[in-house]
Design a protein around this ligand. Structure first.
Ligand SMILES: O=C[C@H](O)COP(=O)(O)O
Length: 259
C-alpha cells in the first residue's frame, strides 16, 4: 500500500541549510526512496534539483502559473519551467495561497490544466476552517473545493486534505475526523470525477513524528503533506519511517472504491 510523503518547506530555507537538510535526508533509506518528495521554494529549485540528481527522493513545487505559455507574466513560473527541473508533484490551492492570494476554483482549474499538460502531478489541497467545521459545513466546503476536478479527473489523482485549523497549530485532527473526511473525498471523486484511474488522499495538518503512525494507518490515508516537521531531518525521517513500515506490512483497512 503506497504511502506518499511530501515535505512542504513553505517559505523557508537558505542555500547552506537546505544542502545540509537534504544531505541528512539522502543518507536515510526511509527518506531517499520513491514515494518521498520535498516541495521547495522556486528560487531553490536549481540547487535542490542538482543535489537530488540520481537520487530516489524527488523534487516537487509549491505552486505553478496558470499561464501555460511563456510571456509577459512577471514573477510567474510556468509548468514547462518546473518540468525542466524534473518536478514530480506540484501543490495547488494550499490554504495559505487561498488565504493570502485569493486562489479560487477558476484559477486553480487553470493551474491544474497547466500542470497536468506539462506532465506534472497536481496535488489539489482542500480544507475547511474551524468556523466552517464548527458550523457543520466541512464536507460541503470540501465538495465545493473538489469541483476543480469536474471534467479534469484523469490518470492518478492526488488530493491533500488539510484542515486549516490543524495547520501549524500542533492540533492534529482526530483519527475519526481524518477517516471520515478522507472517505468523503474518495466517495465524491468516485461519484463526480469518474475519469480518475486512481486517487490518493494525503493528510496534512500538524503531522509529527509522534502522531505519524496513527495518522498514516488511518483508513483511506494514502500519505502525508508535512509542513513544519519537514524542516527537521530527524522528525521528517521518523515520519518517512512510519510510512515505509506501512508499505512493507500493508494497510488493508482502506475502503475499496474501485478507482
Ligand atoms: O503543507 C503542509 C501543511 O500546511 C501542514 O503544515 P504543518 O505540518 O506545519 O501543520
Amino acid at each position: 500500500m503506497d504511502k506518499l510523503v511530501i515535505g512542504n518547506w513553505k517559505m523557508n530555507g537558505r542555500r547552506s541549510a537546505n544542502g545540509a537538510l537534504l544531505a541528512a535526508l539522502l543518507g536515510e533509506t526511509a527518506c531517499n526512496r520513491r514515494g518521498v518528495s520535498v516541495a521547495v521554494p522556486a528560487v531553490y529549485l536549481a540547487d535542490v534539483a542538482a543535489q537530488l540528481a540520481g537520487q530516489s527522493l524527488t523534487l516537487s513545487a509549491q505552486d505553478v502559473s496558470q499561464f501555460a505559455d511563456d510571456g509577459a507574466y512577471t514573477g510567474e513560473v510556468s509548468a514547462a519551467m518546473l518540468a525542466e527541473f524534473g518536478i514530480e508533484y506540484v501543490l495547488l490551492g494550499h490554504s495559505e495561497r487561498r488565504q493570502y492570494f485569493g486562489e479560487d476554483n477558476r484559477l486553480l482549474g487553470a493551474k491544474f490544466d497547466a500542470a497536468s499538460n506539462a506532465g506534472l502531478v497536481p496535488v489539489l489541497c482542500v480544507g475547511e476552517t474551524l468556523a466552517e467545521r464548527e458550523a457543520g459545513q466541512a464536507e460541503s466546503v470540501i465538495a465545493t473545493q473538489l469541483e476543480v476536478l469536474l471534467g479534469r479527473a484523469s490518470g492518478h489523482l492526488v488530493i491533500a486534505y488539510e484542515p486549516v485549523w490543524a495547520i501549524g497549530t500542533g492540533k492534529v485532527a482526530t483519527i475519526e475526523q481524518i477517516a471520515a473526511m478522507h472517505a468523503h473525498i474518495k466517495q465524491w471523486v468516485l461519484q463526480n470525477a469518474k475519469g480518475a484511474d486512481s486517487i490518493r488522499v494525503l493528510y496534512g495538518g500538524s503531522v509529527k513524528a509522534e502522531n505519524a503512525d496513527a495518522v498514516l494507518s488511518t483508513p483511506n490515508v494514502d500519505g502525508a503533506l508535512v509542513g513544519g516537521a519537514s524542516l527537521n531531518a530527524s522528525a521528517f525521517r521518523k515520519i518517512c519511517e512510519a510510512a515505509e513500515k506501512l508499505i512493507q506490512y500493508g494497510n488493508s483497512q482502506d475502503v475499496n472504491l474501485g478507482c
